[in-house]
Each structure stands twice: as structure tokens, then as C-alpha cells.
Design a protein. Structure first.
Lengths: 111, 115
């Protein structure tokens, strides 16, 4: 069956370091992959979208890679700050299908 | 531009009751999706509406239903509530002619507690 896996364990890093979050998927051929940020008690907020024919996308301190051979996306936050602490969700969509979310990885950036 | 508005913010019901949740999308957005979020299961897709038609449906029982009105506002209904229906219900809107191609804008959700 289709499966999206994100690190279930929280990621703890020191302020100023680069945070790298992983999203792996199986039995899926997504045309689009999206990353969202969610703070406690709030709805997810869109960060980046990357298409299957794109290898990398950047936005300010954020970078996303998409490797359809490895079936993996990496999400990087450079020069991390305590304000980056949140849960980060990846979501996949096929060409005409619904958007399916991973369970999310919680990032904690310590000052 | 106003964001996605969900009402009510909090709701407490008892088993066997039914509940209706409301969602007003961003002006101009014709796609509205509903998700259920629980600590154990994460975000689970319920259904998606586009121009008043259900375009996609998740794997939830028939007790979960929805509809979309001509002004794109959407409602979801859960009948015969069960304890396991306690969750944060999120609504999201987008411009997407085809779901998944555009970003979703989420509301703050309705926190439903079933006692």
C-alpha cells in the first residue's frame, strides 16, 4: 500500500545549525510534493512545492530536494532559529489525486 | 484578504449525536478539502469538493459526509458520533483546478471532543 514516512522522533538541533528533515515514500509516483509547517493548535501553513521534474527548490533559508529514484525528499532549514521550532509535514499528490500527508517531524531548535 | 474560516473552534458532543462543521474558503478558491487530525494517525484526508462536486474521497465510513455550496462554502457532517471521532478537523482551500498542484490554505480547525 502507499506509504509516506517521516522521522517520528523529534529532531533537536542548536540554533544556527542546518536542520534536515526526511520524507520517504513507497508505492507512490507523486507528481508534486509539498512541505508545510504546523504550530500547536493551528492549521498547517504552506512552505514549498516541488514538481517531479525539479531536483531542488529554494526559498530564503529553506531548501527542498526531490529524488524520484530514491523516492525521497529532503527539507533543509539553514541558520536555524528557535522560531523555526514546529512540526513539518510533507504531502504528496499524483497527477489527479488527493493530497496525502505524512505524520510530520517535530523540530526543536535550542538557543 | 481573509483566510480560511472554520466554525466553531471548539465543540463538545456525546456519543450518538451528530455534528456539522462549517468552512468558508478564501475568496475565489473553488476547491475545499477536509482533513481529520489525531495524534496517532496524523492528517487523514476526508474528501475534497470543487465547484459543488465531490472530486475525491478518503477511506472514512459513510457517517462522514460533506457538501459545498454555490458560494464555495463547505460543511461536513458526522452522524452517530463515536469516541474515536474526537479530533481536530481541518478545512483547506485552494485555487487548484486539479488537486495537489497548488498549495493549500488551512483554517485553524475545529477541535471536536466526543464524550
Amino acid at each position: 500500500s502507499q506509504k509516506i514516512e517521516q522521522n517520528s522522533e523529534a529532531l533537536n538541533i542548536q540554533e544556527g545549525k542546518t536542520a534536515t528533515l526526511t520524507c520517504n515514500y513507497t508505492n507512490y509516483s507523486p507528481a508534486y510534493l509539498q512541505w508545510y509547517r504546523q504550530d500547536p493548535g493551528r492549521g498547517p501553513v504552506f512552505l514549498l512545492l516541488i514538481r517531479e521534474n525539479e531536483k531542488e527548490k529554494r526559498k530564503e533559508r529553506l531548501k527542498v530536494t526531490f529524488d524520484t529514484t530514491l523516492k525521497q525528499s529532503l527539507f533543509h532549514i539553514t541558520a536555524s532559529q528557535p522560531a523555526d521550532s514546529a512540526t513539518y509535514l510533507c504531502a504528496l499528490a499524483g497527477n489527479t489525486g488527493k493530497l496525502i500527508f505524512g505524520q510530520g517531524t517535530t523540530l526543536q531548535v535550542k538557543p | 484578504k481573509a483566510g480560511v474560516t472554520q466554525t466553531p473552534r471548539y465543540l463538545i458532543k456525546t456519543r450518538g449525536q451528530q455534528v456539522t462543521l462549517s468552512c468558508s474558503p478564501i475568496s475565489g478558491h473553488r476547491s475545499v478539502s477536509w482533513y481529520q487530525q489525531t495524534p496517532g494517525q496524523g492528517l487523514q484526508f476526508l474528501f475534497e469538493y470543487f465547484s459543488e462536486t465531490q472530486r475525491n474521497k478518503g477511506n472514512f465510513p459513510g457517517r462522514f459526509s460533506g457538501r459545498q455550496f454555490s458560494n464555495s462554502r463547505s460543511e461536513m457532517n458526522v452522524s452517530t458520533l463515536e469516541l474515536g471521532d474526537s479530533a481536530l478537523y481541518l478545512c483547506a482551500s485552494s485555487l487548484a483546478e486539479v488537486e495537489g498542484r497548488e498549495k493549500l490554505f488551512f483554517g485553524s480547525g475545529t477541535q471536536l471532543s466526543v464524550l
